[in-house]
Design a protein. Structure first.
Length: 562
């Protein structure tokens, strides 16, 4: 690895991939880098894909190159147009643009077929009649070499005839495959005559029923990169061994362009799973409410919950690009959105578990308007008007009948400051038949408007509030981590779903919100003062009935959230 200390746009030392790109550009090997993000349209993107998106498009932007969005759509039985459209939307939402470089592997099916025939002509591919299980048994192990298929010696002419019959639908699904002829004793199992084509009778979302044979990913990927003149083919470490096959295909076919495959460590994040198969299982078995459930770390789920594109890009920049697998704590992602929203989210007041307060000495027929800052550190974000009246709502946990000494909120005889309002003192309270406090009676000091006293006295506690008659009724979803252990799929003998967090979602009805929240648009993030960051849910909210999702609390420690 180069020890270059030059920096990227984030003022951090170049990661090893950017060092390679930088050196290739300076040496004249490539005038500009051409990268690609190549998702399979068989599921929704998640936070792990965001790392790859930010890397590939980031390099393109930093070095004034280009990045292609290419769908590797070679498995029609698992692919859907819905996934294609969601992936495009996710990439754009993250802030990246492929411009006119949108491609599909299916665009190249005719060329890929021709390349397969070229391999047969060169004696480097053959049609094999072994079943999938037999191929697996013939392949050998890490310590034992494989053995040749009995069909490996077929002539070029016979292989061409059989392969064309496969293409024309003459054989049953699974009865024959086209395999590369490489080396069954290779120490790399991927080089032991891998399958290049298989028979699949399924309609393709773009090519319909034109084809009944489909190329395998490893064969498709390198040739698609070559056809698009990709310079740096970036993939995660699990494809490291596959680089041997990537290079073999291109070298054997003597292609005019040979992209360089470079592997980096995938994102491993605690308290979640990254497998598409497992995420699909959560959806199909109704453990979550779809791919965009705000507890899911899919990009659509993060977007609906209220994460910002900038916070995800900053998170990906922060964790960096390396060659060794490591674990990133979920708190790093949570801190990224917390830091971003701290700068951008306007402050509002929302009472999640309301307790009514009557200010006994406040005139019944009087209403006031109180000016509140939208952001205490950013005067440029302006102010808003809050209605104030005799009856208010405060948070239920801001009152205790017998408060301890260091409880600085309301209790009998105690005085607190209402945010932007007045000092109030609790003089009495009412209970219901079950002993629950239902109403506080307080008095206010009219000389303390704006939260300061004229006589210089100070109070230690400041609480938020909402005018009762002006409050907007809302519902709030308190989201937490979907799993209650750091590595839910760490034990292969235990079903990962046994670690689902039963407290991952709590629904609060009857919340009281300040009037301005009746007018904000879906997807907008705000900070409920003293509570956390929240986002108006785009799916569940209706006019006059807002539903907010908690994005993240104000605290750094998950243990303190509960």
């Amino acid at each position: 690895m180069s020890t270059s200390t030059e920096t990227s746009g984030s003022d951090r030392p170049l990661d090893f991939i950017r060092q390679i790109v930088d050196q290739d550009q300076k040496s004249g090997k490539h005038s500009v880098p051409v990268t690609r993000f190549p998702p399979e349209p068989n599921g929704f993107l998640h936070i792990g894909h965001a790392k790859s998106i930010c890397l590939n498009f980031g390099i393109s932007n930093e070095y004034r190159g280009r990045c292609h969005l290419r769908f590797d759509d070679t498995n029609p039985s698992k692919e859907e147009v819905e996934y294609v459209e969601s992936i495009k939307a996710d990439v754009q939402w993250l802030g990246f643009d492929w411009q006119d470089h949108l491609y599909f592997a299916s665009d190249y099916f005719d060329k890929l077929y021709d390349y397969a025939e070229q391999l047969i002509h060169r004696g480097k591919a053959y049609v094999c009649d072994l079943s999938a299980d037999e191929i697996r048994n013939y392949r050998g192990t890490l310590t034992e070499p494989g053995k040749d298929s009995p069909y490996r010696g077929r002539s070029v002419e016979e292989n061409l005839e059989l392969f064309r019959k496969m293409r024309d639908g003459a054989y049953a699904e699974g009865s024959r495959v086209l395999r590369a002829k490489i080396d069954m004793s290779s120490p790399a199992i991927v080089m032991r005559d891998p399958v290049l084509y298989r028979i699949v009778y399924a309609s393709h979302h773009r090519t319909g029923d034109k084809w009944c044979i489909y190329p395998m990913y490893d064969f498709t990927h390198c040739l698609s990169d070559m056809l698009e003149e990709i310079t740096h083919s970036l993939c995660t470490l699990e494809f490291q061994d596959n680089r041997l096959l990537y290079d073999w295909v291109l070298d054997t076919l003597e292609t005019p362009c040979h992209p360089r495959q470079i592997e980096f460590a995938r994102l491993n994040l605690t308290y979640t799973v990254m497998s598409k198969r497992k995420l699909l299982q959560l959806v199909d078995e109704y453990h979550v409410d779809g791919w965009d459930d705000p507890r899911m770390l899919t990009i659509s789920g993060l977007r609906r919950r209220g994460f910002t594109p900038n916070s995800i890009r900053k998170f990906c920049d922060l964790i960096g690009i390396g060659k060794k697998q490591s674990w990133i704590d979920m708190g790093v992602l949570e801190n990224a959105v917390r830091d971003d929203l701290n700068e951008t989210a306007p402050r509002v007041m929302g009472v999640l578990e309301p307790l009514k307060v009557v200010i006994d000495n406040y005139p019944e027929d009087m209403d006031e308007e109180i000016t509140a800052q939208n952001h205490p550190q950013k005067p440029e974000m302006g102010t808003r008007i809050l209605p104030f009246s005799r009856e208010l709502y405060i948070e239920r946990n801001d009152f205790m009948e017998e408060p301890p000494r260091k409880f600085f909120r309301l209790g009998p005889g105690r005085e607190v400051r209402l945010r932007y309002g007045y000092y109030i003192t609790c003089v009495s309270y009412e209970k219901d038949a079950d002993g629950n406090v239902t109403l506080l009676h307080c008095t206010y000091d009219p000389e303390t408007k704006g939260g300061t006293s004229t006589d210089g006295r100070k109070v230690k506690g400041t609480i938020h509030w909402v005018s009762a008659k002006d409050a907007v009724d809302g519902k709030v979803y308190l989201y937490d981590r979907l799993f209650d252990v750091e590595h839910p799929d760490g034990d292969k003998d235990v079903d990962f779903k046994t670690h689902l967090n039963p407290e991952s979602r709590k629904i609060l009805e009857g919340c009281k919100l300040e009037p301005s929240l009746a007018e904000i648009e879906a997807g907008v993030q705000v900070q409920f003062e003293r509570q956390g960051y929240y986002c108006l849910d785009a799916v569940l909210s209706t006019p006059g009935k807002p539903v907010f999702n908690r994005v993240v609390t104000l605290r750094d420690s998950w243990a303190k959230i509960k």
